[in-house]
Design a protein around this ligand. Structure first.
Ligand SMILES: NC(=O)c1ccc[n+]([C@@H]2O[C@H](COP(=O)([O-])OP(=O)(O)OC[C@H]3O[C@@H](n4cnc5c(N)ncnc54)[C@H](OP(=O)(O)O)[C@@H]3O)[C@@H](O)[C@H]2O)c1
Length: 239
């Protein structure tokens, strides 16, 4: 995700110093950015935290030696609160909740900060280049982690399940994946997000039909609702 952020912001002239425990990953990203070097102790203004939230304590031991109160901490860590980051680093902090499409400047990047208004205005302009980038309250950042960060994987999961179903039923999984991808692109292409989604479902799911049978099963089993709830609970555990 930190690579996606660097690629998305790369066209704005920022200079990146790259560090990753697996050197080849940093080298590969360097090759994709115009102004980038491997980090070898150079001074920097901001540091992007792009490791897993569970690694925060481990990473702190390295970071505490190089972060100063002037360093801006930009955190991608799901669930980890601004206040916790501020207490740990004694620095200014900004939290982002993006998705991978920011690499192509077509993503969503929710953000929340403890910065002054002037700095927030700078970050609003900067993050707008990634796609849709509303500043939200921190509790909303956590709530919409499922909508912004996780939702692409939810969609890919559905595609994978339907691809597997095609294979198990004697179909061609590659053709199934193509049919699904194009069908979903067609279905999503003109949406703006303010549509009557229940109405759209009714247009497809005719009474007593095939679609209705699947949706009825999902509703009655409660599997989708409880799976989403498990995601929300995980965010609370990570904070
Ligand atoms: N994936 C998403 O769609 C998504 C969406 C929103 C937010 N996020 C957030 O973004 C963060 C990264 O997620 P990800 O999916 O990109 O994870 P990832 O693919 O596992 O990448 C994590 C990276 O952190 C590196 N790393 C491990 N320990 C480190 C350390 N001590 N210092 C510096 N780098 C270290 C890892 O290097 P090695 O490979 O060498 O171990 C790896 O390259 C997470 O906090 C997650 O909550 C992700």
């Amino acid at each position: 995700m930190s690579s996606a952020l660097a690629l998305g912001l790369g066209s704005q002239g920022h200079e990146f110093f790259l560090y990753n425990p697996t050197l080849s990953k940093a080298q590969s990203l360097k090759g994709q950015l115009k102004k980038a070097q491997l980090w070898q102790g150079q001074d920097f203004e901001a540091v992007v935290l792009g490791f897993k939230p569970q690694k925060l304590t481990e990473a702190m031991s390295d970071l505490s030696a190089i972060v100063t109160p002037q360093t801006l901490i930009i955190s991608l860590l799901a669930g980890v609160k601004l206040e916790k980051l501020q207490t740990l680093f004694h620095s200014r902090v900004l939290r982002l909740m993006p998705n991978l499409a920011i690499a192509e400047n077509k993503g969503v990047c929710l953000w929340s900060s403890l910065l002054e208004a002037q700095e927030n205005r700078f970050w609003q302009t900067t993050l707008n280049s990634l796609g849709f980038a509303p500043q939200v309250e921190e509790r909303e950042l956590d709530l919409y982690t499922l909508h912004a960060g996780c939702s692409p994987a939810y969609l890919y999961f559905l595609i994978q399940e339907m691809k597997d179903l095609a294979q198990q039923s004697g179909g061609d999984p590659a053709l199934a994946a193509k049919i699904l991808t194009l069908s979903l692109q067609g279905a999503l292409d003109k949406l703006k997000g303010d549509e009557d989604f229940q109405g759209l479902i009714t247009q497809v799911a005719s009474k007593g039909g095939v679609t209705e049978a699947t949706l009825k099963h999902w509703n009655e089993s409660g599997a989708i609702a409880s799976g989403l709830k498990a995601g929300l609970e995980r965010i609370q555990q990570l904070s």
